[in-house]
Design a protein around this ligand. Structure first.
Ligand code: SAM
Length: 301
């Protein structure tokens, strides 16, 4: 949150993460093109607001009214005028005729929908023949080694602490989430759960949870499908895409480039970094990548 270069922070050419993010933006531009684009699930505006200066027009659709408002406000603040964001409740058809867009971008959003395959069907419907969908997604390949658990704890306001527990079932391509809210400071909660130690998944005990239970004010659990590359490819073909290829990521290529170039030879501003990275990213996104890495996918209608 609030960490997107250019959207939230000034671009810093000495920061490898900023190079990586530029690589991701160029990745979308080099695959989906710069015409009339749809960004499915832009959240705060990623990648729409950074792609828009290079595109004819970008339309965002997001299921969260709050995200739509934030995204529109960010566009206004940044002076991006060829962008609009529309609220579309989850599970509803997209409010566009068939063959509306030259290209479609989706970053960590299709897998958040109730039925990702049906979402792909809708994206295929609104894409023009010959148009490309560039899909970035959170596959579970990187969490190899069986079922992985993760716990995040943060004080969302003074005296209120949230815990998010994620269980990743890599073989089932599914993640289960549980968010617990306690009317306690983080330190108070740590005292009850772990006797004052760090709040980690492997430090949780039934006894600790029972001690904290009286301060529990909210508990929400949900499951998401996290398809891996091979599942996406199968679904893309099933819904009618003529071709779908996993390729290397412009973001990763940009990160490697940052590390490979000596500091005094690196470009020093955003325009210089873009000019330096563009040819590299063009090559990376054209090269097929192994499906087991869960790389981004370019699907052609
Ligand atoms: C993990 S965020 C990614 C946001 C942004 N693309 C990024 O990469 O920073 C997922 C986004 O998808 C949106 N989303 C989830 N389900 C959706 C649906 N059914 N239709 C449209 N947007 C949806 C969420 O509201 C959220 O903004």
């Amino acid at each position: 949150m609030f960490s997107l270069p250019v959207v939230h922070l000034p671009f810093d050419a000495a920061n490898p993460a900023h190079w990586q993010d530029r690589g991701y933006i160029l990745d979308f531009l080099c695959t989906a093109g710069g015409g009339d684009l749809l960004d499915f699930g832009p959240g705060d505006g990623w990648p729409s607001l950074l792609v828009a200066p290079f595109a004819r027009h970008v339309t965002g659709v997001d299921a969260s009214p709050r995200r739509v408002a934030v995204c529109e406000a960010n566009a206004h603040r940044l002076g991006v005028s060829n962008f609009r964001c529309i609220h579309v409740p989850a599970g509803r058809p997209l409010p566009f005729p068939d063959n509306s867009f030259d290209g479609i971008l989706a970053a960590s959003a299709v897998e958040q929908t109730p039925e990702p395959r049906q979402t792909l069907r809708e994206l295929h419907r609104v894409l023009k023949p010959g148009g490309r969908l560039r899909l970035h997604y959170e596959g579970l390949a990187r969490y190899r080694g069986g079922n992985e658990y993760e716990l995040d704890a943060w004080e969302s306001e003074p005296g209120v602490t949230q815990i998010l527990i994620i269980q990743r079932l890599t073989e089932k391509e599914q993640a289960n989430y549980c968010r617990l809210q306690f009317r306690l400071s983080r330190d108070q909660l740590a005292q009850l759960l772990t006797g004052g130690g760090e709040i980690r998944f492997d430090a949780l005990t039934t006894r600790g949870l029972q001690r904290a239970r009286a301060a529990l004010t909210e508990a929400v659990c949900w499951s998401l499908t996290h398809p891996g590359c091979r599942t996406w490819l199968r679904w893309m073909r099933e819904v009618g895409f003529a071709d779908a290829v996993p390729t290397h990521s412009g973001g990763r290529a940009a990160r490697r480039a940052f590390e490979a170039v000596p500091p005094d030879s690196r470009p020093a501003d955003l325009a210089g970094v873009d000019a330096f990275l563009r040819p590299l990213v063009m090559v990376a996104v054209a090269l097929e990548a192994p499906a087991e890495l869960d790389p981004p996918i370019t699907a052609v209608k």
